[in-house]
Design a protein around this ligand. Structure first.
Ligand SMILES: NC(=O)c1ccc[n+]([C@@H]2O[C@H](COP(=O)([O-])OP(=O)(O)OC[C@H]3O[C@@H](n4cnc5c(N)ncnc54)[C@H](OP(=O)(O)O)[C@@H]3O)[C@@H](O)[C@H]2O)c1
Length: 236
């Protein structure tokens, strides 16, 4: 893989992890096709290239927690957050504690026997007071109630920060990302642009934002497999 902007150089060893190291805040990571598609046949795996898989893993390595909407967890069969040995070594060297999976759900239509709840680190479920967590869910996950009838995302982000999770990586999906952007909570967007056409929904966002969100390009990487990997910060 090769860094193209802001300077040109080969990325070797831990370079990718250092390049993507995350400051406190909310970062979203997505893979998108040339025609803006975010899934094929209900999932994003068909979109991924080897370089996207590397960056996907790097984004997880540098984060304190991986946050997903329950829809993505259900459609992609999410499990606990795991790192390759090099990622675990980087995390230890940088004082990062094991990362929980955080599921955002209004309905709590979640199966406590799901593999998402089988990790060594307890998963966190963020919901609202209108949903009634079952005792079984409370046994396998820490349930945070943020908001009355809807999940209040600003409250959720500060509750996670108060739990010692300041660097949040949101892996989707489009509904959750739209809500986070609409609430002004996203600091960075890491997008893999794969040279592929799918002609199907969903795309990155599900509806118009309250106002256009300007992005500043922080870096651009040539994945060497047809993918371009961009890191943007959200302009404030
Ligand atoms: N290309 C990519 O990088 C990428 C990444 C992620 C997902 N995807 C694709 O996107 C599709 C899923 O899209 P999606 O929009 O349904 O995903 P999503 O945002 O993960 O899931 C929507 C569900 O998540 C919960 N949720 C999301 N936002 C919420 C909020 N603000 N408050 C409370 N709950 C919230 C709700 O769960 P409850 O129903 O439990 O209340 C909602 O029904 C799949 O095809 C997936 O493969 C692609």
């Amino acid at each position: 893989m090769r860094l193209l902007l802001p300077e040109q150089r080969l990325l070797e060893g831990d370079d990718l992890l250092d390049l993507y190291d995350q400051p406190p805040g909310v970062r979203a990571g997505f893979v998108l096709t040339t025609d803006g598609g975010a899934a094929w046949d209900g999932g994003s795996r068909a979109l991924q290239t080897p370089s996207d898989t590397h960056v996907f893993s790097a984004l997880r390595t540098v984060a304190d927690a991986v946050v997903v909407g329950a829809g993505t967890a259900r459609s992609e069969g999410y499990g606990p957050v795991r790192h390759p040995p090099a990622g675990t070594a980087w995390r230890q060297a940088h004082g990062r504690l094991p990362a929980p999976l955080v599921l955002i759900s209004r309905s709590l239509d979640l199966d406590p026997s799901d593999r998402a709840f089988t990790g060594d680190v307890r998963a966190v479920v963020v919901t609202c007071a209108a949903a009634r967590p079952s005792a079984a869910l409370g046994e396998v996950a820490d349930v945070l109630v943020c908001g009355d009838d809807e999940v209040d995302l600003p409250t959720a982000v500060s509750a996670l920060r108060d739990r010692g999770l300041p660097r949040l990586l949101c892996e989707g999906g489009p509904s959750l990302l739209t809500a986070l952007l609409s609430a002004g909570l996203v600091d960075e967007l890491c997008l893999t642009h794969v040279a592929l056409l799918v002609g199907t929904a969903p795309t990155l966002l599900t509806e118009a934002l309250p106002a256009p969100v300007r992005l500043d390009l922080r870096h651009l990487v040539d994945g060497g497999d047809g993918a371009l990997l961009a890191r943007y910060s959200v302009h404030r």
